[in-house]
Design a protein around this ligand. Structure first.
Ligand code: HEM
Ligand code: HEM
Length: 191
């Protein structure tokens, strides 16, 4: 299977970025903890926070690499579908990209503005470089809300992909799956 995409399939690198990101977002969400800063930044929660922040930060730099690769890659053409559906799918994809940026960005800025360090990959405390400012708590709240929204939107997006596969019987889902899962190349009968 090719690293780059074709007119009717995502390449293996774009697929790897997609599925790894989806997995990391899901785990980061599952290990996220809220509550007052005394709880979030307590010694007892340090390892969970380290895991959450490391996974979330990985999502951030994977997004950067993925978007750079997307500039050079061949993104598949949309299979035949009504114009509104094509627009809805593109709007959803760019909203997901925006959230993949905004969720980690609000987290890091929220922590630093709030006067807290960020901990990733066991490098120890990074920052804060400024603050503490009141905006820190608001950004941390916005981060939690955007973290919920990305999960809901990704769920809707996944449901749409399954709807395309089962009811519209087009290649929307199979073009994002490894070749071995889709009988080498396109699935029979799918446009
Ligand atoms: C895609 C990645 C991420 C997702 C889906 C996510 C999701 C969430 C959610 C849903 C909460 C709220 C939990 C609750 O209120 O019960 C939360 C809290 C938090 N997240 Fe993330 N997060 C991500 C990335 C990050 C990153 C990169 C950092 C820091 C480097 C981070 C730091 C925090 C902190 C410090 C809190 C607690 C906020 C507070 O209430 O003070 N998160 N996260
Ligand atoms: C946090 C989870 C997820 C995120 C952030 C996410 C994000 C994205 C983004 C940004 C794209 C656009 C790719 C591009 O053209 O550059 C995309 C495409 C796609 N995603 Fe996801 N996704 C997630 C989970 C899922 C799941 C669970 C499924 C399937 C069950 C799925 C199925 C697809 C498919 C089939 C495409 C190609 C759609 C098309 O070309 O029209 N995604 N995803």
């Amino acid at each position: 299977m090719s690293l780059s995409g074709t007119t009717n399939r995502y390449g293996s690198l774009a697929q790897a970025f997609h599925w790894l990101t989806a997995l990391l977002v899901l785990i980061a969400f599952l290990v996220s903890e809220g509550g007052p800063p005394t709880r979030v930044y307590s010694e007892a929660r340090a390892s969970t926070l380290l895991l959450h922040e490391s996974l979330g930060f990985t999502v951030f730099w994977l997004l950067v690499l993925r978007l750079i690769w997307r500039l050079f890659d061949r993104v598949p053409d949309a299979p035949p579908m009504p114009a509104w559906m094509d627009v809805a799918s593109k709007v959803t994809h760019w909203a997901l990209y925006a959230l993949l940026f905004a969720v980690p960005a609000t987290a890091m800025l929220g922590a630093w503005f709030g006067g807290h360090p960020v901990t990733v990959y066991g490098f120890g405390a990074i920052g804060p470089f400024f603050g503490p400012w009141d905006a820190g708590a608001s950004l941390a709240d916005i981060h939690g809300t955007l973290g919920d929204i990305i999960l809901w939107l990704a769920g809707l997006h996944a449901a749409a992909a399954i709807f395309h596969h089962v009811f519209l019987r087009d290649r929307v889902l199979s073009q994002m799956l490894p070749g071995s899962l889709v009988q080498r190349g396109e699935m029979p009968g799918r446009q």
